[in-house]
Design a protein around this ligand. Structure first.
Ligand code: SAM
Length: 420
C-alpha cells in the first residue's frame, strides 16, 4: 500500500525540514566536514563524516547509484522511511510499450535513441485507464521539433499541435511532420503569453520535460480550464523566483509550520544526477571537479583566506589541456595573481584528494535528492488535487533512460471553479 499524496507531502516536508542542516551544505565548498559547526549540538555527526570518509570506492559508487540500499547512513538517518516515501508505482504498461517499440522504424527517424525510448515510454503511460484514445486532439507543451507530437498523432490518429517558441524548431518540426504525412501542426507560441489559452479549448495537453516555470504555467492553466494533463516535469530551478514558492495550499502551510525554505540552489540539487552520462563523460567531469578543487586549494594559499572561491562553469570542450592551464584560466577569471614556481602536481593531487572526500560527504545529499524531487512533484500533484483533479503519479521509465522519470497524469473530475 502506498501512502496518499497528501500523507507523503506532509511527512516529506517534515523530514526535509528536520534534516536540512545536514543535506543543504554543499561539501564541494568545504575543506573540512561541512557539518563541523553542528558537532557541538549533534556529536554523532563527527562519526557520520568519519564513516563516510572511510568508505571504499566501490561502496561509494554503489551508494551514489542507489543511496537507499544497505546504506551505512541508516545508523543515523531515516534511510528506509525515505526509500518508502519516494517509491511510486512504476506504472509499467508493458504491452502498450512493446506495441510502440514495434512501430515501424521510420517513426523514430530524426530522434536520438534514448529520446525515442523516453517518448515511447511516455506515450505508453499517457492515457489514464478508461479514457479512450483518439477522443480529443492534443497539445504538446514546449514541443521542440514536435517528436513526441508526431508519435502521439500516429498512435492515436489525432491531430496534435506542438507549441514552441523557437521559430527555427517549429519550421524544422513542421517540415518533418509534413514529409512524414503526420497530422502535427507546430505553432510558434510563447507559452507564458496570455493568448496561449486559445490552444487549450477541447484539447488535452502533454509535456515531456518542460522546465520549471513553463510546466507550472501549464498546471495553472489546466486548473483554470479543467484540462487533462500528462506531464513529466523537470528543471525545477528554472524559475524567476530566488526562493521556492509552494504551489499547493498544503505545502504552503506545512513549509511554514516546519520551517522548510528552499532556495533555487536547493531546487537544482533535486535534478543533479548523471546516470545517463557515459563513462568517458563522467571521467571528464571528475577531472574538471578535481581541478576546480585543486585551484581552490591554491587560491586559498595565495590569498591567505580560507574560503571557497566560486569560478564560472566551463563547457567540457573548453577545458584546458592540463591543470596548470586550468589554473591560469581560473586565476584570470577571478583576478588572482599567481605566484611564480607553483608546484602544480602537488596542488592537482590535493584537488583529487579533496574530491575523494567530497564524493563521500555528498552521499548525504544523494540520500535526500530524490525525496526533494518527490516533494516538488507532490506539491504539483496536491495542487491539482486541491482543484478537484484525479491525479496519478508513477515512474514512466527506468532511471537509466532519464532520471526525470516521474509522470503526473491529471484529469478534472469535479467543478473546475473549485480550484480558482
Ligand atoms: C527541455 S526542451 C523539451 C523539448 C521536448 N519536449 C523534448 O522532450 O525533447 C524545452 C523546449 O521548450 C522550449 N521553450 C522554452 N521556453 C518556452 C516558452 N516560453 N514558450 C514555448 N516554448 C518554450 C524550448 O525552446 C525547448 O524547445
Amino acid at each position: 500500500m502506498f501512502p496518499t499524496h497528501v500523507e507523503r507531502l506532509e511527512r516529506l516536508t517534515e523530514l526535509l525540514a528536520e534534516w536540512q542542516w545536514l543535506w543543504a551544505p554543499a561539501p564541494f565548498m568545504h575543506r573540512q566536514s561541512p557539518w563541523q559547526q553542528h558537532v557541538s549540538r549533534y556529536g554523532w555527526v563527527a562519526h557520520l563524516a568519519e564513516c563516510l570518509t572511510e568508505l571504499d570506492d566501490e561502496t561509494c559508487m554503489r551508494l551514489q547509484d542507489d543511496p537507499f540500499d544497505d546504506s551505512p547512513l541508516a545508523a543515523w538517518l531515516p534511510v528506509s522511511e525515505l526509500a518508502e516515501l519516494v517509491a511510486v508505482p512504476n506504472g509499467v504498461e508493458s504491452e502498450r510499450l512493446s506495441a510502440i517499440m514495434e512501430a515501424p522504424s521510420r517513426w523514430a527517424d530524426h530522434v536520438g535513441g534514448r529520446k525515442w525510448q523516453q517518448m515511447a515510454a511516455f506515450a505508453a503511460h499517457m492515457l489514464p485507464p478508461g479514457l479512450q484514445p483518439g477522443l480529443q486532439p492534443m497539445v504538446e507543451w514546449c514541443a521542440g521539433k514536435g517528436h513526441l507530437a508526431r508519435l502521439l498523432s500516429r498512435l492515436h490518429g489525432v491531430e496534435v499541435t506542438g507549441l514552441e517558441w523557437q521559430r527555427v524548431l517549429c519550421d524544422e518540426g513542421q517540415r518533418l511532420a509534413d514529409r512524414q504525412g503526420v497530422a502535427v501542426q507546430l505553432s510558434c507560441q510563447d507559452v507564458m503569453q496570455d493568448d496561449v489559452v486559445t490552444w487549450l479549448e477541447g484539447r488535452s495537453v502533454v509535456a515531456l520535460h518542460a522546465c520549471g516555470d513553463l510546466h507550472v504555467r501549464l498546471l495553472e492553466l489546466a486548473r483554470q480550464h479543467a484540462t487533462t494533463v500528462t506531464l513529466a516535469p523537470c528543471c525545477y530551478q528554472r524559475t524567476r523566483y530566488t526562493d521556492y514558492r509552494p504551489l499547493s495550499h498544503l505545502a504552503r502551510e506545512e513549509t511554514t509550520r516546519q520551517g522548510l525554505c528552499l532556495s533555487r540552489e536547493h531546487l537544482a540539487l533535486s535534478v543533479q544526477e548523471t546516470v545517463t552520462a557515459s563513462h568517458g563523460e563522467r571521467r571528464k567531469r571528475e577531472r574538471a571537479s578535481a581541478w576546480r578543487l585543486g585551484f581552490d586549494e591554491l587560491q586559498r594559499e595565495i590569498s591567505g583566506i580560507d574560503e571557497y572561491l566560486p569560478i564560472p562553469s566551463l563547457s567540457h570542450g573548453r577545458l584546458p589541456q592540463d591543470f596548470a592551464g586550468f589554473c591560469h584560466w581560473a586565476a584570470d577569471q577571478k583576478h588572482v595573481a599567481l605566484t611564480p614556481s607553483i608546484d602544480w602536481s602537488a596542488f592537482e593531487a590535493q584537488g583529487w584528494e579533496r574530491l575523494s572526500r567530497v564524493r563521500r560527504w555528498e552521499l548525504v545529499r544523494h540520500l535526500f535528492r530524490r525525496p526533494l524531487e518527490m516533494w516538488l512533484v507532490l506539491d504539483r500533484v496536491v495542487w491539482l488535487e486541491e482543484a478537484g483533479f484525479d491525479v496519478e503519479l508513477c515512474e514512466f521509465c527506468e532511471r537509466h533512460l532519464t532520471p526525470r522519470n516521474l509522470l503526473i497524469r491529471a484529469r478534472p473530475v469535479v467543478d473546475p471553479s473549485l480550484g480558482h
